[in-house]
Design a protein around this ligand. Structure first.
Ligand code: NDP
Length: 481
């Protein structure tokens, strides 16, 4: 009997996805460039289900039922292209090639076009949840043609995480849509992590509580609206004691955050689309700042703080303020991420259902969280919702948190605690809700130095003031209507 699906690339992720398919009763063809990995999967986990191992790519492809479903899980970039080239001569019209690696979505668009010319389906799919998710149920975000989803979707839904019996996998949209959504997911993950880190820093510096005490605070937060995987693991990390020094591990870890690049892609794309994802951008830059060793050395002990000693009278009240500020900032970060998805969906013609994205992020992935249910409900109420935080549920939630949010940002500024994500989220909130913005002045400046023109509040058309002449105003276009 032929295998239902094949997995090529059996490092941690591919190995675990293959095992996940096998455990769900699917016959899985397996292949890896270096055969030793294939053999070790059989040796260590052969009893997970039915594996059909092959040494050569040709045998691997031949072991699959048609239309063939070949899932590639190799090092993203050149590795993926190399495997695709190897596969093309072996495949036949209608076969489906799935790239489950962390591809950049423009590469996915390119690959989908390329394979379409050869009569093949190409499905770029986001997979989130790391090693553990790949084995026990990830969140899966597949793009590509609808037709390919009909054949592939049921298998992916089978192995995905489930929340209330609903699979954390759904068809996202054509070509690059799946990898795009995974990219924004990772961007939101950056913002979420930064916000949690700022909350920790504020409590630590503001109240002098130990890492272990703050672990307990995060544990209690995980009982409420903030319940999420990231809050849960934050408590675990903070509670962990370093075996060598006996100190909290967080105190001996070097404070330089690294990144693999998906946050950077998210920000770069947001700049292209002109979408203000300030929370994600600040989180990405905060990592860059932490890693800017020469700059930090030049500043340390030189740049004054001019802050008063920080004495919090009521530690519990402050902690509660921070909790509320975290919730409000987090909602803003998600709202911005969903704006980016909407903008890209319009730009690339993907027709992405944002409520469905929130639904498939409820389980399996790194940003899984209780409040994603509320996001899905908001988009169900209003599918074309222009701004997530303008949905009545979130408007009310943020309104309740607003006084605390402002107090926290003020306290941080007064006491020199860097809170780029908290502060920029609040600035975004105040910006987006403002009746009038000083952008009017910017338009005036642009018209002054570059004759870029401006529009007026009281009549249609575009106008220019003769700044260097008599300062009279000329109508440049429109306005007859
Ligand atoms: P790696 O990214 O470390 O890639 C190693 C695998 O790629 C090996 O199977 C290797 O084969 C194969 N490979 C590399 N170059 C080539 C090539 N030119 N031709 C054929 N095979 C090649 O593996 P991971 O399992 O960590 O990740 C796989 C993919 O999943 C990546 O795209 C990653 O970004 C993505 N991902 C990873 C997550 C994680 O938590 N690790 C989470 C979500 C996605 P060989 O054994 O012969 O060297």
């Amino acid at each position: 009997r032929l295998a239902e699906i094949g997995v090529t690339g059996l490092a941690v992720m591919g190995r675990n996805l293959a095992r996940n398919f096998a455990r769900h009763g699917h016959r899985v063809a397996i292949h890896n460039r270096t055969y030793a990995k294939t053999q070790s999967l059989i040796d260590d986990h052969g009893d997970d289900g039915t594996f059909v191992p092959s040494e050569s790519m040709a045998d691997f492809v031949a072991s699959l039922e048609r239309p063939r479903r070949v899932l590639i899980m190799v090092k993203a970039g050149a590795g993926t292209d190399a495997v695709i080239e190897e596969l093309i001569p072996l495949l036949e019209e209608g076969d489906i090639v799935i790239d489950a690696g962390n591809a950049h979505f423009p590469d996915t668009i390119r690959r989908e076009n390329y394979l379409k010319e050869k009569g093949l389906h190409f499905v770029g799919t986001g997979v989130s949840g790391g090693e553990e998710g790949a084995l026990n149920g990830p969140s899966i975000m597949p793009g590509g043609s609808r037709e390919s989803y009909e054949s592939l979707g049921p298998l992916l839904e089978n192995i995905s995480a489930k929340v209330d019996d609903t699979p954390c996998c759904t068809y996202v949209g054509p070509d690059g849509a799946g990898h795009f959504v995974k990219m924004v997911h990772n961007g939101i993950e950056y913002a979420d992590m930064q916000l949690i880190a700022e909350a920790y820093d504020l409590i630590r510096q503001g109240t002098g509580k130990s890492a272990a005490e703050i672990a307990d605070i995060f544990r209690s937060w995980n009982e409420g609206d903030l319940e999420s995987f990231l809050i849960e693991i934050t408590a675990e990390v903070l509670a962990h004691v370093d075996a060598e020094t006996g100190q909290a591990l967080v105190d001996v870890i070097l404070d330089q955050a690294e990144q693999k690049g998906t946050g950077r892609w998210t920000v770069q794309n947001a700049l292209d689309l002109g979408v203000p994802i300030t929370g994600i951008a600040e989180a990405t830059f905060a990592r860059a700042l932490s890693g800017g060793v020469p700059q930090r050395e030049a500043a340390r002990g030189v740049l004054p703080a001019h802050t008063a000693d920080w004495a919090i009278d009521d530690g519990d009240a402050f902690v509660e303020d921070v909790r509320q500020a975290l919730y409000a900032s987090k909602v803003v970060a998600y709202s911005q991420g969903f704006d980016q998805i909407a903008a890209a969906s319009a730009e690339f013609g993907w027709d992405i259902d944002r409520g469905a994205m929130a639904r498939i992020w409820r389980g399996g992935c790194i940003i899984r969280a209780r409040f994603l249910n509320r996001i899905t409900e908001a988009y169900e109420r209003t599918p074309d919702l222009a701004l997530l935080i303008a949905d009545p549920y979130f408007t009310e939630a943020i309104s309740a948190a607003l006084p605390a949010w402002r107090r926290v940002v003020v306290a941080a500024a007064e006491h020199g605690i860097p809170t780029p994500a908290f502060s920029s989220s609040l600035a975004y909130y105040d910006g987006v809700r403002a009746d009038r913005l000083p952008a009017a002045l910017i338009q005036g400046q642009r018209d002054f130095f570059g004759a870029h023109t401006y529009r007026r509040v009281d009549k249609p058309g575009t106008f220019h003031t003769e700044w260097s002449l008599d300062r009279s105003e000329t109508q440049i276009s429109g306005g007859e209507a």
